[in-house]
Design a protein around this ligand. Structure first.
Ligand SMILES: [Zn+2]
Length: 96
């Protein structure tokens, strides 16, 4: 029949380290705060898809299993994302 279409099987091509990971949906991530003086470039925030201008303090999120996939987020967007995932951030960490 017509199965096995032209979709490239990316998962088969990437060597994902899935061993010893009981909860595959729970990524471990390092979240590093970037101070305004450290922000020398513009980044695109994956949360709101707008630009984080140079000189704006934000956070960089680095998946421990895939450091190449690190993302720069607005602080507010990152905390919203965490809440969406059901992780509650300490209220003092949220800056408005
Ligand atoms: Zn954002």
């Amino acid at each position: 029949m017509g199965v096995g279409g032209p979709l490239p099987n990316l998962a088969a091509m990437t060597d994902l380290p899935t061993a010893q990971e009981p909860d595959s949906h729970e990524w471990r991530e390092l979240v590093k705060p970037i101070q305004p003086y450290q922000a020398r470039k513009e980044y695109t925030c994956p949360g709101c898809e707008s630009v984080i201008a140079a000189g704006i303090g934000h956070v960089v999120v680095v998946p421990t299993e895939a450091p190449d996939l690190r993302r720069h987020w607005h602080r507010g967007c990152w905390y919203k994302e965490q809440r969406r995932r059901g992780i509650t951030a300490p209220p003092e960490a949220i800056e408005s």
